[in-house]
Design a protein around this ligand. Sequence first.
Ligand code: HEM
Length: 198
Amino acid sequence: MEDRRARGAATTAAAGGYGTGARVFHWLVAAMVVVQIPAGIGMTSEPLAALADPLFILHKGLGSVLLLVVVGRVAWRLTHRPPPFPDFIPARERRIAHATHLVLYGLLVLMAVSGYVRTVGDGYPIELLDAIGVPTLLPFMPGMARVMLVVHQFAVVALIALVAVHVGAVLQHQLIAGNPVLERMWPPWSRGRSSEDA
Ligand code: HEM
């Protein structure tokens, strides 16, 4: 195991980890999604009805910031090549990982956009944006808002499932196979071993 770990570490270092920008975006988005999902579930559940108002305000405000961060993250990804996969990742797994990452980006955009349209399209306020004077970008369109509510509810199930696959794959490599993949992305800033581009 030690031997494989050392080999894996050498390969990872050779392949390079992600750059600081990609790491900051990754962990920022992860932390915000970790708040968004329980807040979204909590604010729509009967047992937490007393907390619905503050949770809605938190969810809509943080979600709007997340929309901007996700757009920034996608732009970063499109302009910065990620480091190559380490040699110990087989070709089939690379294809699955690549597809998972792509769909995760798509779902994040879908979640943030559908949440925004569901809210303002139905005429509800986003208190944080109102407080800082950001105008509503869309007209009143309750039909589209209803469609986006369904999109929001289905997309979050897919998002949770894919995050589970993503985290499961990392843990399988890190803890069971002894391949140190986590350090390619952790900590949130690089320590000089990153690929130049990423
Ligand atoms: C990645 C970002 C987001 C995640 C992960 C997320 C997650 C969730 C979850 C788990 C729910 C509960 C769904 C259910 O009832 O089963 C929800 C509902 C909701 N979300 Fe989001 N959300 C995100 C972004 C946003 C944004 C940007 C807004 C608005 C600015 C928003 C507004 C809402 C609203 C209004 C509801 C309640 C829908 C209803 O039942 O009428 N969300 N969200």
